[in-house]
Design a protein around this ligand. Sequence first.
Ligand code: SF4
Length: 235
Amino acid sequence: MQISGIQKFTLLDYPNKTACVIFTPGCNFRCGFCHNPEFVLPEKIQKIKDSFIPEEIFFNFLERRGKLLDAVVISGGEPSLMPDIIEFVTKIKGMGFLVKLDSNGSRPGVIRDMIQAKLVDYIAMDIKTSLEKYTSLVGTSGNPEKIEESIKIIMDSGLPYEFRSTIVKEDHPREVLEQMARLISGAEKYYLQRFRPGTVLNPKYNDFSSYSSEEMEDIAKNIFSPVIKEVSVRE
Ligand code: SF4
């Protein structure tokens, strides 16, 4: 397993649990608003390769600091691309930790395998846009059928889960937001995150804008809340 970074302690990434977060390098999407281009673009990954954390060091850390942690969050990049993710997570579960998977939903087979093997306790999946707009927003790996399949697997899993979206005004006009709401209609939990310019994968996004706090609350209340149980805005 390649580990490009670690956050040793967080109270924010796994609901009501203490956790560490590990980041895996590489992603098959190219979201222009991505805030982690160093974990996505091969030329940037190459530059940080020497600072990758060997698996052994990570497991030593878990053994030493484990008493402080309930859970391990596996984030990216896109962790489901890692060929040995099942073996890696099996080891973490064997040590008694809860596991949360953050995924872009592009590999429903991996998500299904992890659920069936009881290797994951919480899943967070990004909903980037409407199915129609997926490939134009994230690139050709954003296969709408696979996205739809992942959504269904997660919603039928019986596990706690959340969907979440970064909302960019130029990418997410009202009709697209309405299609996204239909796509995840009946879901338990959905978080809308305001886009913030800054470090982004595609520099043109620094000229893009976000909805105001009031507009985000209005979107949450009038577009998503009618079809989703719990909807929140993350600033
Ligand atoms: S899926 Fe996530 S990690 Fe990959 S490019 Fe999009 S925002 Fe970045």
